[in-house]
Design a protein around this ligand. Structure first.
Ligand SMILES: [Zn+2]
Length: 179
């Protein structure tokens, strides 16, 4: 099990990857499972993927709305393609984390955050994908998460979600679920 932390959150804030206030528009309360999972993943990413993520800092935006936000016109800041001297990128990348994650157990939330950040770190194509390319990218994400020390979280998340499916189907007593 690798739960080593490599840096503090203020380092991530200094690197423009996150701020204590959540996103620039303050959608997210200071406490919450998504906030905690984002801290956890950013602080546990090994140095190499973290450095790749730093290079992507201006090229994606978090979108982590509070569950009380029922509708919103979100002023998405432009993202830039560094290879074209500051020209706006052809499309913006938004990393959305659903408010329903606040009702999930920590390993599930950490797994989702690490998975989506992996797409950013691996600089995946997210536009006009065909099924084969998409499946290939998903398998790259799973391999990266194993390498970066998030497999334990992913395994626990699978178990939790599987138990929830069984419970919903009335096939398991809630107390038998993994917590
Ligand atoms: Zn994915």
């Amino acid at each position: 099990m690798d739960r080593r932390t490599y840096r503090r959150l203020d380092q991530c804030a200094a690197d423009s990857l996150w701020s204590e206030h959540g996103s620039a528009h303050g959608q997210l309360p200071r406490t919450g499972r998504r906030q905690q999972a984002i801290r956890d993943v950013l602080c546990r990413l090994p140095p190499e993927p973290y450095s790749q993520l730093r290079q992507q800092a201006g090229r994606f935006q978090w979108y982590v709305p509070d569950e009380h936000v029922l509708g919103q016109v979100y002023p998405l800041p432009a993202t830039y393609d560094p290879s074209t001297n500051g020209t706006p990128a052809p499309h913006a990348r938004l990393l959305y984390l659903s408010p329903t994650l606040e009702h999930h157990d920590a390993p599930v939330v950490v797994t989702i955050v690490a998975h989506e950040l992996a797409h950013i770190i691996l600089d995946h194509d997210l536009y006009d994908l065909d099924g084969r390319q998409s499946a290939h990218q998903e398998s790259e994400v799973r391999a990266a998460m194993r390498m970066w020390g998030f497999q334990v979280d992913a395994d626990r998340a699978d178990m939790i979600l599987f138990c929830q499916v069984l419970q919903a189907a009335g096939l398991a007593h809630p107390r038998t679920g993994v917590t």
